[in-house]
Design a protein around this ligand. Structure first.
Ligand code: G3P
Length: 217
């Protein structure tokens, strides 16, 4: 499973990228707002750090506007994936931009039917939102599994990009289901390294080592 980091914060991207943990980046209008940066400027900086797909989201609500914005965002770098919403207009824009040979990430997906339509429209990525479904007492991971089944049934090549990931557990569950990519905040990716028994074991080793009076260096 590829790891994308869901942020527009350069420091976080750089830290994870240096460790080889970043296969791509996803941004959205809320993350751009949080960064306080100009969308084109910050996206260009991200693309200079990460060679994999970097999603930049359109904000128009009509297909024509999304297509124009998508083409403009694609000028930033060769690895831009244009993000459009899963609306009927978004699907129209997806078809046009995909036919032009551009990477398209169809976002705000909350149902298997929506994912099926995005694949038919030629999406490179479909972004089903796990956490926001869980927030409503629905099962976000079940949606990932349903889309996996449907895409595999028909050999759709659209990549399942599990999004709105809120916990390390979401990451391992997505990997078990077979999501192609998971995009998560940097804190969630880092939390995957945590285990209470690791901390407990390390504490015991450190105390015992001190009792030996030895030094390695
Ligand atoms: O990039 C979209 C997505 O990952 C948003 O996550 O936590 O705002 O639901 P969240």
């Amino acid at each position: 499973m590829k790891f994308f980091v869901d942020t527009a914060e350069i420091d976080q991207i750089r830290e994870l990228s240096d460790l080889g943990m970043v296969d791509g980046v996803t941004t959205n209008p809320s993350l751009i707002m949080k960064s306080g940066r100009d969308i084109k400027e910050v996206t260009a900086e991200i693309c200079s750090i990460v060679s994999g797909p970097v999603s930049a989201e359109t904000v128009a609500l009509d297909a024509e506007g999304m297509i124009a914005e998508g083409r403009e965002l694609a000028k930033i770098a060769d690895n831009i994936a244009i993000k459009v919403p899963l609306t009927w207009d978004g699907l129209k824009a997806c078809k046009v931009l995909s036919d032009e040979g551009r990477m398209v990430n169809v976002t705000l997906c909350f149902s298997a039917n929506q994912a099926l339509l995005a694949a038919k429209a030629g999406a490179t990525f479909i972004s089903p939102f796990i956490g926001r479904l869980d927030d409503l007492n629905m099962d976000g991971l079940e949606l990932i599994a349903d889309i996996r089944t449907i895409y595999d049934n028909y050999g759709f090549e659209t990549n399942i990009l599990a999004a709105s990931i809120r916990s390390a557990n979401h990451m391992s569950e997505c990997a078990k289901i077979g999501a192609d990519v998971a995009t998560a905040p940097a804190a969630v990716i880092k939390a995957m390294a945590n285990h209470v028994l690791t901390d407990k074991g390390l504490d015991a080793f450190t105390k015992d080592w001190a009792k030996t009076g030895q030094k390695i260096l």
